[in-house]
Unconditional design. Sequence first.
Length: 249
Amino acid sequence: MAETSSIVTTLKRELKAHGLTYKDVSKALNIAESSVKRLFADKDFSLKRLDQICQLMNMEISDLLQKMEQDKRLISQLTLEQESLLVSDHKLLLVAVCVANRWTYDDILDVYQFSEHELVRLLAALDKFKLIELQPNNRVKLLLSTDFSWIKNGPINRFFDAEVQSNFFNSRFTGPGEARLFVTGMLSRASNEIMIRRMERLAQEFRQFNEEDQELPLDERFGSSIMIAMRPWELTVFEAFRKDNSKRF
């Protein structure tokens, strides 16, 4: 399944690189666009279908597999030491997050208070981390794989968790582009597991949109965060009356 996911991820990126959409694929395969979306969502391609899509890009399946192997050599996670170094230098962390979101050198200079010398120094540090390749004229080639993630419960995730608790929720969530939903009730274990799987799919969809929107100009994108959480929980004042908290779930 992991190999299939890698192939589909590479296929989607190559379609985007060739300026092709699901609508173009639907015409080439002579099927509805909704069916194409379902193929990609389910990752259910026959060799014939895969070959037809590759032909649309003037590629062979072997070319696609070669691209996939190249992707595998990209970084999917930093070391614990590297994450600790990033967290200890907030400017470096900021630039790392920017380049991970496809910001250019000029984009960063326009938005943040860095001198050219300082920004080059920070980019050079990220180059040493192998997060990027700093190229002539301060162009940045990102070396992160599409499945890149911070270490679970690592330094950066702990840093972001602290920021979420102290800052993210300090809002009434009534402004443009904001929403907050809180629903409580009593679910069975089966229903709880279904909800968690759906939350994971929503998170995957968020990551997909984030990837697809990277090619847009910076002024057409804005930083967005989504917090999805679910756990056995009740108010602390209620919890205090429980005889045995271990029987909650």
